[in-house]
Design a protein around this ligand. Structure first.
Ligand code: NAD
Length: 270
């Protein structure tokens, strides 16, 4: 009995993902799961971490009720628990899945305020970055009410705990356990010399603080929201906060965070 759980599958363009989606759809249909792309209870992403990020952004405005489950078609991902060999285990896990036992990870709310009063609000699962499109970026960084520094460099990355192992790690950020509710600010090639100075190291900012970046006006900036990139002009400020929004993963078989980190980056310890 699957209690009428509504499922939707999202894959990528690889042959392996397409084949796995086909197989999984057949099995789920035979088990009488309902397929619903508008109001699904569980979204299954079939591919890699990028596929899960895409799925999250497709249901960004339904995160309070949708749960996610990741099937990877390559190596172990950070948001994917099952392999394409485990499809019957996926079905068992869906039967056992209990929304009350879902695993929640915090997302960062990114509010872009434009000079004319217009606002854009997005949530990110990994990170949001800001870069100036052409030259060195200059921007004031506030932590809540305190003007912390004037940043000069390529840009800044503000990441979630689960995103700490992604782009953040590549630019020298620390790996943060997802139970730590915090945001991480990491510099992208900051300028540090006798004239300009920034902290020069990543910062872990507490849950209740708001990070505000006020980039020098009248310039073009490139903003990323996970895998999505946009170019904007006339940005007045960007506010990053943990507003309580989370992504929920179906409780089933969720690999422990440190095991995942060790398997992904270190491999077997002899
Ligand atoms: P993608 O889907 O090709 O992913 C790039 C790599 O990042 C993949 O190996 C993926 O498994 C890994 N990844 C994604 N999220 C991760 C996480 N939370 N922890 C550890 N590894 C993770 O790339 P895309 O679709 O362009 O962007 C998606 C994400 O990829 C971005 O949010 C960014 O964090 C990451 N990325 C990293 C770099 C880098 O490290 N230099 C560059 C581009 C993108």
């Amino acid at each position: 009995m699957n209690f009428g759980k509504k499922i939707w599958l999202i894959g990528n363009t690889s042959e392996k993902s397409k084949k796995t989606m086909e197989k999984l759809s057949k099995i789920l249909k035979a088990e009488h799961f309902l397929f619903d792309d508008i109001n699904p209870d569980i979204v299954i992403s079939v591919g890699g971490d990028g596929t899960l990020l895409r799925a999250m952004h497709m249901y960004e405005y339904q995160l309070n009720r949708v749960r996610f489950l990741g099937v990877h078609t390559g190596h172990l991902g950070f948001y994917t628990d099952f392999t394409d060999e485990d499809l019957f285990e996926v079905v068992d896990a869906l039967y056992e899945e209990n929304p009350a036992k879902a695993i929640h990870y915090p997302l960062i709310k990114v509010q872009v305020n434009f000079a004319d009063g217009y606002q854009i609000v997005r949530h990110v699962l990994n990170e949001s970055t800001i870069r100036r499109a052409s030259k060195t970026m200059v921007g004031d960084v506030r932590i809540s009410d305190y003007l912390f520094e004037r940043f000069r460099g390529d840009g800044l990355s503000i990441s979630t705990p689960t995103g700490s192992t992604a782009y953040n790690k590549s630019i020298g950020g620390a790996v943060v356990h997802p139970r730590v509710k915090a945001m991480q600010v990491a510099e992208i090639a900051s300028l540090n010399n006798v004239v300009y100075r920034t902290l020069g190291s990543p910062m872990i900012v507490a849950e209740k603080d708001i990070i505000t970046v006020c980039p020098a006006p009248e310039d073009d900036y490139s903003l990323t929201f996970d895998q999505l990139t946009f170019e904007y002009k006339n940005i007045k400020s960007i506010e990053y906060s943990l507003d309580g929004t989370t992504i929920s993963f179906a409780n089933c078989a969720h690999t422990s965070f440190w095991e995942r980190v060790s398997k992904a980056f270190i491999g077997e310890v002899e």
